[in-house]
Design a protein around this ligand. Sequence first.
Ligand SMILES: Cc1cc2nc3c(=O)[nH]c(=O)nc-3n(C[C@H](O)[C@H](O)[C@H](O)COP(=O)(O)OP(=O)(O)OC[C@H]3O[C@@H](n4cnc5c(N)ncnc54)[C@H](O)[C@@H]3O)c2cc1C
Ligand code: FES
Length: 280
Amino acid sequence: MALLDEAPSMYAQTIQLIQREQVGPDYHLLKFDCPQVAAAAQPGQFVHIRVAAKWDPLLRRPFSVLRTNEAEGSFQVLMRTVGRGTQMLAEAQPSTEFDIMGPLGNGFALPGPEGEAILVAGGIGVAPLIFLATVLHEPESYRYARGLFGARSADDLCCWLEFSGVCDEFTAVTQDGSAAEQGLVTDFLAPQLERGAGCVYACGPALMLAEVARQCQGAEIPCYASMEQRMGCGVGACLGCVIPTRASGAQRYQRVCKDGPVFDAQIVDWEAIRCGCTPG
Ligand SMILES: Cc1cc2nc3c(=O)[nH]c(=O)nc-3n(C[C@H](O)[C@H](O)[C@H](O)COP(=O)(O)OP(=O)(O)OC[C@H]3O[C@@H](n4cnc5c(N)ncnc54)[C@H](O)[C@@H]3O)c2cc1C
Ligand code: FES
């Protein structure tokens, strides 16, 4: 309850879907009318959406903000359909109303003036990195950005044109070689790190993030990883989204929704994540 009292009223509201566009076999761009999120959202933050007017499914679904349009008072998310909740959103008609909370979580800290930024996206993890690259592309916050985008196949390189359009350099990779370079996105990171960089930002599957973190640690380049975890409340109350960390040397669990989703990669306990160790 205290958490609800703490949150300004703008964090929970009913908003309208104003546009839904299919941009790949399993991908949709959803645009919502919401001046508050449009004005406040930072790259890496997410919105927590109740996908149905009734209580089924009970839990909200989290989605990264892809881009905002403050003049229009709208924001967009890029959604991959994976299950029941995302299927319901993929079928929603414009003008449908949704109960949302957001923007939530801690986004990416912008890089300092020194050094270039490397942005490493895996699959749907491209969404918050497009938002970050867009901000880094703006004259007042400009930083040279090198984008790496890996996906399973050409169909999953969704929005790569949007991503490449806001990066100064860009490499795309598919695991099956159906488009661009063949391999894992992490196979292409080492030469980038050898050139030096001020900071690396990554979002994608946990094993990809673990490998990015390992390489960045070896190269002594700071790395920020946006973590995905199944969520309950989305505001830090239920502890349903914790990940193992080693903050200040001691092992403890931190909440992806409230302490993240963006974490300094050096404090995440990647070994525990790799072996699937859970809290308790
Ligand atoms: C901070 C954050 C940001 C996210 N941003 C995006 C985004 O921009 N675009 C997007 O398409 N998706 C994003 N996701 C993942 C998205 O929330 C899930 O895909 C969605 O909740 C699945 O709902 P569902 O009912 O369709 O799937 P379910 O029927 O609940 O599950 C279907 C499958 O998806 C897996 N899954 C469910 N929830 C998650 C989750 N939170 N993370 C990882 N796997 C999950 C399940 O394990 C299962 O295999 C994000 C998740 C987090 C935590
Ligand atoms: S989802 Fe409840 S604490 Fe994070």
